[in-house]
Design a protein around this ligand. Structure first.
Ligand code: BG6
Length: 243
């Protein structure tokens, strides 16, 4: 059996909280980027140690609840859960947010998937033609994407709003991954390219050639506000497409 890594992990990733791990699928919560009131970019969930609630050979459920440290920057009691199931050629994640407090709880979020590719400069993300995006490289200017696919000739950093629920990530060598989402309205597409890579201490200078991020998100469409006791769940399924 040939084992092939489909998710990217930087050789320079730091496995020491509160540093987020540069690779895999970090959970951005309670905010994507700066879209919320927390001080930390992409929120704090990716910087903290979660508890394992349930474990099986092909599945794991992890949880994180509020603490004094989280309440200091985000004054909301919460429980978040990530359930991961590994199938043959697929990975399913269900992300659940519960407001365990007594006031409305606003949040934005993303599952920040780092896809490992052979050649990002020849890669593409398909399924976003005609979708409006906020270009983070131009102060979040609104643009409608007229192209049939997103390509990576240089740095790309876009928040697509109300994107279709199915996308394809195509590697330069022809390999395809399908991304299917439910309840995450948005999709973020990112590759730092050479100059930004050189500024990132936990990322190799050339590693931008081996990855792109396609992130299912609740971001450009605005925050969710959960009432006391309410729960919100969203999923993504990553699937290898056999050609
Ligand atoms: C992406 C953002 O989701 O994450 C980018 O759109 C950002 O703007 C990237 O640079 C990485 O963020 P961080 O905080 O992990 O360096």
């Amino acid at each position: 059996m040939v084992v092939q890594e489909l998710l990217f992990l930087s050789k320079q990733a730091v496995f020491q909280p509160p540093t987020a791990i540069r690779g895999g699928i970090p959970v951005c919560w309670p905010q994507f980027s700066d879209m919320g009131q927390a001080k930390t970019a992409h929120g704090f969930a990716r910087n903290l140690t979660w508890e394992i609630e349930q474990q099986a050979p092909d599945a794991v459920t992890m949880t994180l609840v509020h603490s004094d440290a989280t309440l200091a920057q985000y004054p909301h009691p919460f429980k978040i859960t990530l359930a991961v199931v590994v199938g043959e050629g697929s990975l399913t994640q269900t992300f659940t947010v519960t407001n365990t407090g007594s006031a409305p709880m606003p949040f934005t979020a993303a599952l920040h998937t780092y896809f490992r590719l052979h050649d990002a400069s020849a890669a593409a993300v398909r399924g976003l033609q005609g979708v409006r995006y906020l270009d983070s490289l131009q102060q979040r200017k609104e643009v409608v994407d007229v192209e049939s696919e997103v390509t990576f000739p240089g740095e790309v950093d876009r928040i697509y709003c109300n994107a279709p629920d199915e996308l394809v990530v195509a590697d330069g060598d022809g390999a395809l991954m399908r991304v299917a989402k439910t309840s995450f309205p948005d999709v973020v597409v990112w590759n730092p390219a050479a100059a930004k890579a050189a500024r990132m201490s936990d990322f190799g200078d050339d590693e931008w050639k081996e990855m792109i991020c396609a992130e299912v998100a609740q971001a450009g469409s605005g925050p969710i506000s959960l009432g006391p006791g309410e729960e919100w769940a969203a999923t993504q399924v990553l699937e290898v497409v056999n050609s």
